[in-house]
Design a protein around this ligand. Structure first.
Ligand code: VGL
Ligand code: ZN
Length: 198
């Protein structure tokens, strides 16, 4: 079965020195590059937020980063400003082999809603178009890598499994934010959704 490697948000702001740095985030770039040759397609996602994005704590009066607010679509963690459209932090990590990718999908570009998953925005309804792209190319087996393991990787993998794809996460090529136990709960939710952790 044709298979795709989906590289989630391998961007400067999620690596040490970035605005929303994930510990060891830069260490996955070499392993991710090495995996690319084993797949029929490589898809990169890019977190891509406007300045006034509602997921930024500094767009909410008095809110602390890493606190949670209720949005019309459900609870939302407020993050430090990150991956602003066109900024250096939104660029792919310089080590990532961007040229190998067939497809680059941007997400999180609507001011009023975040998009952790590569398939649906955080209302779990608004589609990004990635499902259609993969199905039209017959790419039904998906391996996920990238940042962050417990947010965008986990949400993407769970949605893919719910959509009927055969899904794995290659853990050595991911790193977690681990906010209030989010790593353990993401792993539990992935297993419950039928995602293979390998
Ligand atoms: C992510 C928090 C905010 C991620 C993106 O890529 O996991 N996390 N935006
Ligand atoms: Zn983001």
């Amino acid at each position: 079965m044709p298979k795709a490697l989906i590289v989630i948000d391998a961007q400067v702001d999620f690596c040490p020195g970035g605005r929303l740095a994930v510990e060891g985030g830069d260490q996955i770039m070499g392993p991710v590059n090495d995996l690319m040759a084993d797949y029929d397609a490589v898809v990169l996602t890019q977190d891509w937020h406007p300045e006034d994005h509602s997921s930024f704590a500094d767009n909410h009066d008095g809110a602390e980063p890493f606190s949670t607010v209720d949005m019309p679509y459900g609870p939302q963690v407020l993050w430090p400003r990150h991956c602003v459209i066109g900024s250096p932090g939104a660029a792919f990590h310089p080590v990532l082999a961007v040229d190998v990718a067939d497809m680059i999908l941007r997400k999180g570009y609507r001011p009023d809603i975040d998009s952790y998953s590569a398939f649906f925005e955080n209302d779990h309804k608004t589609r990004t178009g990635l499902e259609g792209y993969l199905r039209e190319r017959g790419l039904l087996e998906l391996d996920f890598v990238g940042l962050a393991h417990d947010f965008c990787v986990a949400w993407s993998a769970i949605d893919a499994a719910k959509l009927g794809f055969t899904v794995s996460v290659i853990e050595e090529a991911t790193r977690a934010i681990d906010l209030n136990g989010s790593r353990a709960s993401a792993q539990e939710n992935m297993r419950a959704a039928g995602v293979t952790l390998k």
